[in-house]
Each structure stands twice: as structure tokens, then as C-alpha cells.
Write a protein that binds this ligand. Sequence first.
Ligand SMILES: [Zn+2]
Length: 262
Amino acid sequence: MLVDSHAHLDFPQFDADRQEVIARAQEAGVEIIINAGAGLEASQGGVALSETYPQVYAAVGVHPHEAKTLNEGVLAELRALAQQPKVVAVGEIGLDYYRDLSPRPVQRQAFQQQLALARELGKPIIIHDREAHKDVMNMLRRWVREGDQPVGVMHCFSGDLAMAREVIEMGFYISIPGPVTFTNDRRLPELVRALPLERLLIETDCPYLTPHPHRGKRNEPAYVRLVAEAMAQIREIPLEKVARITTANARALFGLEAPGAT
Ligand SMILES: [Zn+2]
């Protein structure tokens, strides 16, 4: 079985066929899907999906693009939402200096407030970092230093090997997305080869980042299998091993019990 550690099934791209998409994931062996919250409304949508579909779990948070929407009221709503039993993380939170859809100081403040929320709730974080490595790392270093909850994942990891090693050393996981299947991507295969499998997760970030051979179309959780297959090929190990270890990693991070344990 596989875990898609980052999906956006609440997005309108799935309105027409959400149920079929989730059924296809199940058929592909994707038995757990973590729906990341891109804003308050998206987080509410994700929590609603988690109540409808047994395999869907939710993270709640405000994406850096939406950072300017975060205020005390929204924080209070996120805090309340996080009490739902299938909310397993705070995210996605972080900094995006590529698109700069919210002013950078506002992004940093929203990230900081949600780091504090995660600590208060005792939940892991899902981090979005695009072209903001220096500030993200500084804020994470401080967060780790100030408390004993160094758990989270850097989703769609976009740094280099040295940064990946530091992230792992701090206690975080690194999540590998669909572009690892692209023949022209050298960075992700290098990371997959060099990093311990015990610190890696897999994800789609659907509807975005569609892996080969579906590139150009909408992404969906079933395709996380293509990510796992690419990793197995790169490391020259069986797919089963990639599936088993990345699933155990996701369970450990998000506090999900193994089947049969309940
Ligand atoms: Zn995302």
C-alpha cells in the first residue's frame, strides 16, 4: 500500500469526479491520502472530505499565497478545526518567494503564527518552501530550538542535497513529488539515491505536478504509485520496499495506526 502525503482533493478540479478519483486511488493501492489545507475554506473542505472518505485525512492551515488572509479569527477557526479526529497536521504553511502572492513580511508572520499553532496543538507541520530556503530554514531552526516537537515534512522539496541533510538532521521528513519521474530532472533522483529511505515520503500535490506519462493532464492520488516506481528504479530496490517504508514513515509522522491495530 501507498500513502499520498499531499493532495488537494477539495479543489474545484475534482468537483466533477471526486468519488471516482478516490476509488481509482484505492485500486492503485493508495490507502491513505493526506489533504493539505491551502486556506481556511480549503481546510474546511478537506476536513469535510475526511469525514466522508475513510482513506482521507486532513491538514489544516493557510498557504503562503493566502498569508494575507490569516488573522486572529482565522487562527481561532483553524484551532477549532484541528480538534476534528482526522486532522493530522498543520499545513501547508511556509514561504513562497517565487510567486509572492502575499507580501513577504506577511508570509513570515503567518508562517510564524502557524508554527506556534502546531506547537500548541502538538501536531506535525507540512511545509511549503519555494525560492525561500534561507528564511524557511532560519525559521525552522528557531522553531526546533525553542521546543521539543521537531516533526514535519518539507513537501515538494526543492532544495539541494546539503539542505536536505540538514532538514533531516533537524528531524523532518522530505517528500518526493511527481517530477522525479521526468527524464530531465537530475536533482530529485540524486536526492532519492543519497537520502535514507527512512526519511522520505511520497506525494502528488494533485491537481498539480503530474508525473510522467500523464504530464500535462490533471494529477490525482493514484499517480503517487508512479513516484514510488521511479524511486524503486532509481535505488534499484523492489517497489514493495519503497511502498512499505514510505508508508511506515507517513504513519509515524502523522500518527496513523497500522491496519489491524485498531
Ligand atoms: Zn500543496
